[in-house]
Write a protein that binds this ligand. Structure first.
Ligand code: NAD
Ligand code: MG
Length: 327
């Protein structure tokens, strides 16, 4: 093709691409509020039916059921051959990460509470459907000895440990500080702060260069709600821990990142994490006007551990529907 023809062809192709992009944008602009993509148009919006499950709750009993990416997540080999342990991998955000990791080529161990076995069984089946190894290790993270055993067993059964996702958490709404008992406070701190500390310590005994720790923080770290103050302070602690450990481990070639979600539709919110009123209008105050579905955050957990993002450590990856980042 002569140069002038080539220029005309390239310019024409660019114009066509721009036209189709703007027509796609126009299509999306027409879709319902909170629909940033055609897929997001079908994600549920408030009002939600008020529901209450005993803690820790099951995703399989929620109405509507959360979308963890079971049908939609497509992998592209970003984590091929990696071995990952995900706490709270049975449901919600942790389940979405587990599905994504398996589809990106990782073998995955999940931890959860014994009462969550039905949710965990579904996740094991989803991981195995990808031809990846699934290891299920139930147990209570408030116990230091169990945390050590969990890391040991996960590493032994997976044949190593490249990625630790500290994702499990306890959130129980209490109207005032007077309503938070010392036992409550202790349970929240043990689950949300001590366990990531114990698990990180144990994991580092087995991790080498290239390994990654991914923590789960929250928009609550920088903008706490008035009725979950003990929980919110733990999300700030995790954010800070992420940044400090990233500095400490840089010389070992180990990265530490965090994902900070905004409101997400998960069992945490229907098993004591939110008041009935907050549940009904859940996500309404986010600029997108709805909560995120776990499927919409899985790719950030992949990014946080993706070996190609080798300069990204101490980073906070966010998904909060327009409310910005805690740090
Ligand atoms: P979820 O209920 O699906 O997951 C939390 C998990 O924590 C449970 O599945 C359970 O297995 C685990 N867990 C709790 N206590 C435990 C214990 N003592 N021992 C072992 N496991 C225990 O809810 P989710 O919303 O997906 O929560 C995952 C993470 O996301 C948490 O770190 C939470 O702080 C964070 N987060 C959630 C939201 C949201 O709106 N859902 C917003 C910001 C941050
Ligand atoms: Mg669960």
């Amino acid at each position: 093709m002569p140069d002038t023809d080539r220029r005309t062809f390239v310019a024409g192709a660019a114009a066509l691409t721009a036209a189709s992009a703007s027509s796609a944008a126009a299509q999306e602009g027409k879709s319902a509020a909170g629909a940033t993509t055609p897929a997001a148009a079908s994600f549920p919006k408030p009002p939600f039916p008020v529901q209450r499950q005993p803690w820790p709750g099951l995703a399989s009993k929620m109405t509507p059921r959360p979308d963890h990416g079971e049908q939609s997540y497509k992998g592209s080999g970003k984590l091929t051959g990696k071995k990952a342990l995900i706490t709270g991998g049975d449901s919600g955000i942790g389940r979405a990460a587990a599905i994504a990791y398996a589809r990106e080529g990782a073998d995955v161990a999940i931890n959860y509470l014994p009462a969550e076995e039905p949710d965990a069984r579904e996740v094991v089946a989803l991981i195995e459907a990808e031809g990846r190894k699934a290891v299920a290790i139930p147990g209570d993270l408030r116990d230091e000895r169990f945390c050590r055993r969990l890391v040991e067993q996960a590493a032994a059964r997976l044949g190593g440990l490249d990625i630790l996702i500290n994702n499990a958490a306890r959130q129980q709404t209490r109207p005032t500080i007077a309503d938070i008992s010392s036992q409550d406070f202790d349970d929240t701190m043990k689950t949300n702060v001590y366990a990531p500390f114990w698990l990180t310590k144990a994991a580092l005994e087995r991790m080498g260069p290239g390994a990654v720790i991914v923590n789960t923080s929250s928009e609550q770290a920088g903008d706490p709600s008035k009725d979950i103050v003990d929980y919110a302070m733990t999300r700030a602690a995790v954010l800070n821990f992420t940044k400090g450990m990233a500095k400490q481990l840089a010389s070992r070639g180990i990265r530490v990142n965090a994902v900070a979600p905004g409101p997400f539709w998960t069992p945490l919110q229907v098993s004591g994490g939110a008041t009935p009123e907050k549940q009904r209008t859940f996500g309404q105050s986010a600029p997108l006007g709805r909560p995120g579905q776990p499927a919409e955050i899985a790719a950030l957990f992949v990014a946080a551990a993706d070996p190609s993002l080798s300069f990204s450590t101490g980073q906070i990856f966010g998904a909060s529907g327009g409310n910005g980042q805690p740090a």
